[in-house]
Write a protein that binds this ligand. Structure first.
Ligand SMILES: [Zn+2]
Length: 541
């Protein structure tokens, strides 16, 4: 059910805010070569009681940034961020708010709230700011989500390798793998993004030098010491292979890697076979791709999916004649859908709530936007004064109430929506109220798939597919639909909605329609037709 208050008819706020347009500014640190270090990944480390510090990598070099675990959230001290990034922090003791100013933009934090405002736009954080003694702490995600936008500078947080990249520093990820093929030891390095490099032998060492500022490397352990004793980080952005006693010669080739990465294959050939290195064929683009060395997100299409369980907490949603509350039905289906999508499609699924909790409508879209979700589905159960009203309905956003500009954006008649920050998708922020406008066509296609998959399995309303100005959809920066699974006010449908088999049919329909939508919109051969409107798609840098 959607009440009048949940319809977003706010065309007066749709005027372009000029202050959002020209925010792109230079990087904080000037680029300087030479002071660059290799950061070795610490992938797989268990969270220790005192977490290891992050390393802030900028063109000026590197600095440690300590974190603290507070209520199992990893946090930075605001004081530390203030020194590193030249911020000012003002605490409003009366209102209980914190204002962090970075250059010209302000971030407003409210104790106890995980929503923050950056230059007037809402972003969500995994936890509220927390005071400990005299110091304030913010979740580590504050850096890419809030600070980057406020500073207009790319700030990339790499959690597995505990790095923060400032500005346009080039720090490719490198993953490695070693195989022994007869007399040949083959080192495969996947490098993302692909980075120019040179390979040179000096005595008993082979050096691979990358045109980068540092490396974010997770290196393999050699298994054939007669040819390769060790592989380790070298000076600047380089890797060094210490050669073993039986090393004779090497050959290398560059291949395209998986998902947009570059692949470097280096064969170390043993002395005795150096004159006839035919035991292993030279590496070519294989018919069956070897397993990826780097842990990158799956290619193209749908990687992250947000499922929104309607209502929750103080908002019951619609009531059934038997006492069923809409908020419980939506959460139950959302949880089942999450398991099914993760198991069947291998995508990451985030729930906007996983408890009987009150979540603001804007925050629901913010969760999807901040997690760079590729699809958003909001689940509801319908209500009607007519007890006989029955069947499922699928909605996507109607732009009619949103004024001319939103409709021009949807038709592609205007320039791209204002984007500030540039650089990474982390800090891509567009005018909040119009985020959905450029996905209307994709959302309509998704709605059609959902409707036809549902129709094969569950009763449909005579108006099975509709457009409406739903507030929860309008801020979503990805294709988004809202599904009314049935009429909870109809006693028969109420029983269905709470039954496991019916919920299973809804889940099946959604999984199938999402699969069809993905297959229709994403074709590896023609990236132009891939997920509409996602700049920098393909591989996440
Ligand atoms: Zn509802």
């Amino acid at each position: 059910m959607i009440r009048g208050s949940q319809l977003a008819v706010r065309s007066s706020r749709l005027a372009t805010r000029p202050e959002n347009a020209g925010i792109i500014e230079g990087v904080v640190f000037s680029l300087r070569t030479g002071a660059l270090l290799v950061a070795l990944g610490s992938i797989g480390a268990q969270a220790p009681p005192t977490p290891a510090p992050y390393t802030v990598l900028s063109a000026e070099g590197r600095r440690p940034l300590a974190t603290r675990l507070i209520s199992s959230q990893e946090m930075f001290a605001l004081d530390d961020l203030t020194k590193l990034f030249e911020l000012t922090v003002r605490e409003d003791t009366l209102a209980g708010g914190l204002t962090v100013t970075a250059r010209t933009q302000s971030i407003v934090l409210t104790p106890g709230q995980s929503l923050a405002s950056v230059g007037g736009r809402l972003i969500s954080l995994p936890a509220p700011p927390t005071r400990d003694g005299r110091s304030w702490f913010v979740p580590v995600d504050f850096v890419p989500r809030a600070l980057a936008a406020a500073m207009g500078t790319p700030l990339e947080l790499r959690k597995p390798s505990r790095l923060i990249l400032v500005g346009n520093v080039r720090v490719p990820r490198v993953g490695g793998n070693i195989e022994v093929i007869g007399p040949i030891t083959r080192l495969t390095l996947d490098v993302a993004p692909p980075t120019p490099h040179s390979i040179a032998q000096e005595g008993t060492r082979l050096t691979i030098k990358f045109e980068a500022d540092a490396l974010d490397a997770a290196l393999p352990t050699p298994s054939a010491p007669d040819l390769m004793l060790n592989i380790r980080p070298g000076d600047a952005a380089s890797l060094v292979i210490d050669l073993g006693p039986r090393f004779g010669s090497f050959r290398s080739s560059d291949l395209p890697g998986d998902r947009g990465a570059g692949r470097i294959v280096i064969d170390l050939i043993a002395l005795t076979t150096a004159s006839a290195p035919t035991a292993a064929p030279p590496p070519t683009a294989p018919a069956t791709a070897p397993p990826p060395v780097l842990d990158l997100p799956p290619s193209g299409g749908i990687r992250t999916f947000v499922v929104d369980a309607g209502h929750g907490g103080t908002e019951d949603g619609a009531h059934g004649p038997g006492g069923t509350l809409e908020k419980h039905v939506t959460l139950s289906v959302a949880r089942r859908l999450k398991s099914a999508l993760e198991a069947r499609l291998g995508v990451r699924v985030i729930l906007t709530r996983d408890a009987d909790a009150t979540v603001d409508l804007d925050e629901r879209a913010a969760v999807a936007n901040n997690n760079k979700a590729d699809l958003f589905v909001s689940l509801h159960a319908n209500a009607s004064v007519r007890a006989s009203a029955t069947g499922a309905e699928v909605f996507y956003l109607s732009l009619e109430e949103y004024g001319d500009q939103a409709q021009r954006v949807a038709k592609g008649e205007t320039e791209a929506l204002p984007v500030f920050g540039g650089g990474t998708r982390d800090i891509e922020v567009i005018l909040w109220e119009m985020a959905q406008a450029r996905y209307i066509e994709a959302s309509a296609a998704l709605a059609k798939e959902v409707e036809s998959a549902l129709r094969e399995r569950v009763p449909m309303s005579p108006r099975a597919i509709q457009q409406a100005p739903f507030r929860v959809l309008v801020g979503a920066n990805m294709p988004a639909v809202l599904v009314e699974m049935g009429f909870i006010t109809n006693a028969d449908q109420e029983r269905l909605l709470t039954s496991e088999p019916f919920q299973g049919l809804i889940v099946q329909s959604l999984v199938e329609s999402i699969t069809r939508f993905r297959d229709r919109t994403v074709s590896p051969a023609s990236p132009a037709t891939a997920a509409p409107g996602r700049p920098g798609g393909g591989m996440r840098p």
